[in-house]
Ligand binder design. Structure first.
Ligand SMILES: Cc1cc2nc3c(=O)[nH]c(=O)nc-3n(C[C@H](O)[C@H](O)[C@H](O)COP(=O)(O)OP(=O)(O)OC[C@H]3O[C@@H](n4cnc5c(N)ncnc54)[C@H](O)[C@@H]3O)c2cc1C
Length: 475
């Protein structure tokens, strides 16, 4: 083990903190630089009117025993086992999610169900006789499920979430969104086209009392106790290299520039931003590829409502384009610890790009639209709103556009070979992964730096993923 190696970790999200925690425990000299004013990254929580809001509700679940043990040991009895109940609000009706037969039978227009079934059969036959290539998300869905289902659910939801036509989104994203497909499994079962049971969803999940951010505050506390230094409001803007190795990073903190040298840098910053920060640069092609890699952002409208309870859902999908938000989180059902006594809290998730019109609207403008839309979907809370405010996350979803792989390759081929620089995490690998994957990447990065273990295993994390994991029992 290389003791006293100095390591800079860029970012105090799940990946950065897990890495810093393990490196500090191994006795290395660790400095974490975090641009935000708090730890947690996409898993941070904010407070408003006595309530606590994640940046979109975050469940903890994992298939990875290493990560499970790590998190359970960290959290002790601070994790609650919660029951999930979510619905889809469509055509003025609530569909159970995952759908169940009776619910569907009584609620779906039978003609639409028949049209969808015929379309599906046609798609099945066509795929067998003359299979079509899956280039875009649209191709992928239409090839498998037919046009009707695409038009009534998958297409509008995807366009709303991404702000782009599904024909411009890579089929890779469809392959990773297995949860949507279960919807169709149920249609098929209903129509007796398919015999086997649909995959079951986890109906329970683990959630930290006080919000997902609590998990990362605890991790930061532990890393600090082991000797790591975590500096907040420290925005890294340059990663300096000499040939194939980095020598340190420049950052801005409280209006002042600083430079810290390091033997090793582990970055969890968005990969395209990292590629642009490296000096000397990787050249015009790398910069062009990095600039063309986009992220979809989210704005959250957080509401404290002076009612003891609102719905019995944890969250509700709202796919129709006329509504401003695509999902409603009812926080009391995530954990009562998130709400002030006797009150409830709602979080409305609004998909947008950083700096666009939805991003720039004032809270009052967003409130006005959202309260009207809430009433239209059956949640008229306007008279009881105690407090409201917005939170934002710019780098929520890496955009898998049609040539994202080419751009990703160009950027990774520049960054990955640097001998003492690692890029890990969701933004760091431009990968649509969950927090457990990011924690795992952080743990593997620490093993690479502290023990010299291979770094290549990091690239294998979350290449494929499933959302069907059940929460794990404690040993
Ligand atoms: C709406 C939504 C819901 C989700 N729900 C779930 C869920 O239910 N369960 C689940 O497991 N996962 C969920 N996820 C995924 C989860 O949020 C991520 O996988 C996880 O947070 C990624 O961790 P990370 O450390 O890789 O990156 P991040 O959380 O993005 O952390 C990166 C950190 O680096 C910092 N940083 C970036 N650039 C710089 C810089 N230049 N200088 C200094 N600091 C910098 C950022 O401020 C940030 O704190 C969800 C994601 C979203 C968007």
């Amino acid at each position: 083990m290389r003791k006293n190696t100095s390591v800079i970790v860029v970012g105090a999200g799940p990946a950065g903190l897990a890495c810093a925690d393990r490196l500090a425990a191994a006795g290395l000299d660790v400095l974490v630089l975090e641009a935000q004013d708090r730890v947690g990254g996409l898993c941070r929580t904010v407070s408003l009117g006595g309530a606590t809001f994640d940046l979109g509700g975050h469940r903890f679940f994992t298939k990875d025993e290493d990560v499970r043990d790590y998190v359970f040991e960290l959290m002790g009895d601070g994790l609650e086992l919660r029951r999930r109940k979510s619905t889809i609000r469509l055509w003025g009706k609530d569909f159970a999610y995952p759908l169940d037969f009776k619910n569907l039978l009584f609620r779906m227009n039978p003609l639409t169900a028949i049209r969808a079934g015929v379309d599906y059969l046609w798609a099945e036959v066509r795929q067998k006789v003359a299979p079509r290539a899956d280039v875009s998300f649209k191709d992928w869905v239409v090839n498998r499920f037919g046009r009707t289902l695409y038009e009534i659910y998958f297409g509008p939801y995807t366009r709303k979430l991404w702000g782009r036509p599904p024909s411009e989104i890579s089929a890779d994203w469809a392959a990773q969104r297995i949860s949507l497909l279960n919807l169709w499994d149920v249609f098929l079962l209903l129509l007796k086209i398919k015999q086997e049971k649909p995959k079951t969803y986890a109906t329970e999940f683990h959630y930290p009392t006080g919000g997902i951010g609590r998990m990362y505050e605890k991790l930061a506390e532990r890393a600090r106790a082991a000797g790591a230094e975590i500096r907040l409001d420290a925005d890294v803007y340059e990663v300096r290299r000499e040939g194939g190795s980095v020598v340190g990073v420049a950052f801005r903190q409280n209006g002042r520039d600083g430079f810290e040298s390091a033997d090793f840098v582990v970055s969890t910053a968005p990969l395209p931003r990292l590629a642009e920060m490296i000096r000397p640069s990787g050249g015009g092609d790398v910069t062009a590829a990095a600039r063309a890699m986009a992220f979809r952002g989210l704005r959250f409208l957080n509401l404290v409502v002076s009612r003891p309870a609102l719905t019995d859902n944890t969250w509700v999908y709202v796919p129709e384009p006329e509504y401003f938000f695509f999902r409603i989180q009812d926080l009391r059902n995530w954990s009562p610890s998130l709400c002030p006594p006797g009150k409830s809290a709602l979080e409305l998730e609004i998909s947008c790009d950083a700096g666009d019109e939805k991003w720039r609207m004032s809270d009052e403008e967003v409130m006005e639209v959202c309260l009207a839309d809430l009433a239209a979907v059956g949640l008229d809370v306007a008279a009881d709103v105690d407090a409201y405010g917005s939170s934002f996350s710019e780098y929520s979803y890496p955009v898998y556009d049609l040539d994202y792989r080419k751009k990703l390759k160009a950027v990774l081929e520049f960054v990955w070979p640097m001998e003492n620089l690692l890029t890990v995490g969701r933004g760091g690998l431009f990968r649509y992964n969950n927090m457990d994957h990011s924690i795992k990447m952080g743990l593997l990065a620490a093993r690479h730096v502290a023990r010299g273990e291979s770094r290549d295993a990091i690239l294998e994390i979350a290449k494929e993923q499933s959302v069907f994991e059940a929460p794990h029992k404690r040993h």
